[in-house]
Design a protein around this ligand. Structure first.
Ligand code: GDD
Length: 336
């Protein structure tokens, strides 16, 4: 059994990956996150859990000792509301990836996974609603999302050179807006699927007719359900060669169309108050999965409606029990 380090294990995707490994019977897992343990979205007492800052090289050296595989999800991130207003903070995450790569080399780790983002793609390809899906080659010439996207693109490049120069096996997935249960739904870092589910749940509860929507609602995205993301992550990781793949959905919708789906799930209609001064990001974004499907056979399986139904239900349970994301995390530990 390989010894696996998951960095960012207290976060959304890291937490789901750790749970997946546990389900598969792998107990040789080390979890690391900068957040105090009572703020981790998922937490398992039986594992080796570390609360530490990987921007410090000594910490990176310590947690990578005797590790075979490293999965790096650790970065300061969030939805558009966070990344547009915290560009420097997002870029500082470059230290995490740099330290982990150096430590992986120093400790002779076997393989390294880096979680990149659709934010690396060239802005000029994302100027219209309902664009053609972005292909992996569309990251160059480089004009990524300011701040967060530049950090991801630079770190991707560093992975590549650690493979070429030092022989460290690296694998990279570019995630396209991953959503699902056990992720943030309030507090400022939430992405559109969770934010809009929350707003509609609250409107229904309070019998208020209107919700705030950022932008004019005509901007488009594709959203990938977490279970598809975990499967794709492992498929990318297990691929035999160093490469970069989209892990996203090809089901591109406008924000208005996504709201209509959530209204159907909620069985509740809302009026939309469009806020044109809020963070909007690119006008259109979607994934082209032809390369990833051809090379490794991965496809997304959950439709947006299916994924939103599960996400809505989970957020509704939290809100009905008087929870917000922080309370939810703390209750898992307090109840033990
Ligand atoms: N977050 C949020 N909250 N977005 C909203 C809301 C709201 O209440 N209402 C409308 N939107 C709109 C945003 O203005 C944006 O145009 C679109 O929904 C999507 O917003 P996000 O889900 O926050 O982010 P994103 O798709 O632009 O970028 C996200 O995905 C990238 C990968 O595809 C971010 O999480 C990035 O960090 C990530 O790399």
């Amino acid at each position: 059994m390989k010894k696996i380090l998951v960095c960012g294990a207290g976060g959304f995707i890291g937490g789901h990956l750790v749970s997946h490994f546990i389900e598969k019977g792998n107990t040789k897992i080390i979890c690391a996150d900068i957040k105090p343990k009572n703020f981790w979205f998922q937490f398992n007492d039986n594992l080796e859990n570390h609360c530490l800052d990987l921007k410090d090289y000594d910490n990176a050296l310590k947690v990578t000792q005797d590790v075979d595989y490293i999965f790096n999800f650790a970065c300061n991130m969030g939805g558009m509301g966070f990344i547009e207003n915290n560009k420097a903070e997002c870029m500082i995450s470059v230290l995490v990836n740099t330290n982990l790569l150096r430590a992986a080399k120093e400790n002779n780790c076997e393989k390294y996974f880096f979680s990149s983002s659709a934010c690396v793609y060239n802005a000029s390809k994302q100027k219209n609603s309902f664009i053609s899906g972005l292909k992996e080659t569309d990251a160059y010439p480089a004009d990524p999302e300011d701040g967060y996207g530049w950090e991801k693109l630079f770190s991707e490049r560093m992975c590549r050179h650690f493979t070429e120069d030092f022989g460290l096996e690296t694998r990279i997935a570019r995630y396209h807006n991953i959503y699902g249960p056990l992720g943030t739904f309030d507090g400022g870092r939430e992405k559109a699927p969770a934010a809009l589910c929350r707003k509609i749940i609250q409107a229904k509860k309070n019998n208020s007719k209107s919700i705030d929507v950022w932008g004019d609602g005509e901007q488009t995205r594709s959203f990938l359900y977490i279970d598809d993301c975990i499967k794709g992550t492992l498929d990318v990781f297990n691929h035999s060669e160093q490469d970069i793949f989209n892990i996203g959905s090809e089901e591109q919708v406008s924000i208005i169309q996504m709201i209509e789906m959530i209204e159907e799930i909620a069985d509740f209609k809302v009026d939309k108050n469009y806020q044109l001064d809020k963070p909007k990001g690119v006008r259109g974004r979607s994934s082209d999965n032809s390369y990833v499907t051809k090379k490794i056979g991965w496809k997304s399986e959950n439709t947006l409606k299916e994924g939103l139904t599960k996400t809505y239900k989970w957020i509704e349970e939290q809100i009905n029990s008087g929870s917000n994301i922080d309370k939810f995390c703390r209750s898992k530990i307090d109840n033990k």
